[in-house]
Design a protein around this ligand. Structure first.
Ligand code: NIG
Ligand code: FE
Length: 416
């Protein structure tokens, strides 16, 4: 199958001479081609360039292609969401009301709600029910231009349910157009049955869960909620080091609610990314820049919890590579809208429209080890492409809270 998308007013390829995660000025390099086109064969990009040049170089391929006209519009790589909790049972709309009435996120969780409530509902759900519920959310991701999604377990916190969540991801990876990238997050909270026995639970994750997950090759990454009243930096480090020994790459929920040394620890263990970072210290940010840890920032979560967003502008200026994500989950960010997250990156974190697009594509791909396959429009990469109903990349961020998606191709196949 050959697909040819042509005459884009702006084709933002997201290519750069810089290798690896983009920092500082390179976050603004979008590699824009005016009157640009992409040619995709059997799911993979075979040419990118000015429309007339690609037509001249590949006349036969173009003749046999299904052609889409992007005149007047912006074309970008498929968006990448590098941090979600998309597989879960039930929903928590009553907690939303409670928080508006004054309860805090941690108060609700410590009273047995929050992550514990979703854990209950996820433990009870069958694998098929979880597949059906998650499929709806993945369809919504696609409609918002997202073609690759990282997905964490962590609503089981017992081996059986953690494996169930990871198997749901595996099934959806085989059956749904969105590509899923699995992360194990057994240490998402201290389950109620381990209250007061935190170290015992940490040991349980290390001895009983991680080896099975690694053995069955159900995850690529290992994440932990390093937070005051959840897991200490020391406990988090033990879990991440144990995962490293089994070949799982560390990620870390760090400094979300309180400044707790999470960013510093992410640098120390060599995590691929640190997430949230609302309260990350200057020193932690410096350490991350030096160690090359990607900051995965979640401005929709900050907005939803009515908190000040992470210091995205400051982090970029300090040389940290920034990615952005929905954090899609039933508590602190029930959204699948990466376009909204890009808008918020600009509005709440003072990132520029170009930086926000880099953070949602190339740097997001780097945060989940997929930069060889997705995140930019280059020969040899997957034909994951979005056509937006705007004339340039600035307009994508300027008219906000609107889904500008016109069409989406996954591996060259039109899916929206
Ligand atoms: O990334 N902070 C911890 N975990 C999720 C929220 C999970 C939930 O509330 O269900 C987060 O925000
Ligand atoms: Fe999260």
């Amino acid at each position: 199958m050959i697909t040819f998308i042509k005459h884009a007013a702006q084709l933002a390829t997201l290519t750069s001479s810089v290798k690896g995660p983009r920092t500082k000025e390179s976050m603004s390099e979008l590699g824009i081609i005016e009157d640009g086109s992409v040619l995709i064969e059997d799911g993979v990009i075979i040419a990118v360039g000015k429309t007339d040049e690609v037509e001249k170089a590949y006349p036969e391929k173009v003749e046999h292609a299904t052609v889409y006209d992007a005149t007047g519009k912006l074309v970008t790589p498929g968006l990448v969401d590098p941090h979600t909790h998309v597989v879960f049972g039930g929903s928590r709309e009553r907690e939303f009301e409670m928080r508006l009435e004054g309860a805090t996120y941690m108060e609700i969780m410590n009273a047995g709600g929050g992550i514990h409530a979703t854990t209950n509902m996820t433990r009870k759900a069958t694998e098929n029910q979880l597949i059906e519920q998650t499929k709806v959310r993945l369809d919504s991701f696609l409609k918002h231009g997202v073609t690759t999604v990282e997905s964490k377990s962590g609503y089981g916190m017992d081996l059986e349910t953690e494996l169930k969540q990871l198997r749901v991801m595996q099934t959806l990876q085989e059956t749904h157009p969105v590509d899923l990238v699995p992360t194990f997050m057994g240490a998402h909270a201290v389950p109620l049955e381990y209250k007061g026995k935190e170290d015992e639970f940490v040991q349980h994750v290390i001895d009983e869960m991680l080896p099975v997950v690694a053995e069955e090759k159900l995850a690529e990454f290992n994440d932990v909620f390093c937070e005051k009243d959840v897991f200490t930096p020391e406990q988090s480090e033990r879990i991440l080091e144990a995962g490293k020994n089994l070949g799982l790459i560390p990620k870390i929920h760090a400094d979300e609610i309180a400044s707790y040394g999470g960013a510093e620890m992410a640098a120390k263990v060599g995590a691929i990314s640190a997430e949230h970072l609302l309260k990350a210290s200057d020193q932690g940010i410096k350490d991350m820049a030096e160690a090359g840890v990607i900051a995965c920032l979640l401005p929709a979560t900050a907005l939803y919890l009515r908190e000040e967003a992470a210091r995205g502008r400051y982090m970029i200026d300090e040389g940290v590579a920034v990615a952005i994500s929905t954090d899609c989950n039933p508590g602190s960010s029930p959204t699948t809208s990466m376009p909204l997250v890009m808008n918020l990156a600009c509005i709440s974190m003072r990132m520029t429209p170009a930086e926000a697009l880099t953070a949602a594509t190339y740097n997001a791909a780097c945060a989940i080890n997929r930069e060889e396959r997705v995140g930019s429009l280059e020969i040899g990469k997957l034909g994951d492409v979005v056509l937006w109903d705007v004339k340039n990349y600035q307009e994508l961020q300027y008219v906000f809270g609107v889904n500008h998606v016109h069409s989406v191709w996954k591996k060259g196949k039109k899916v929206v």
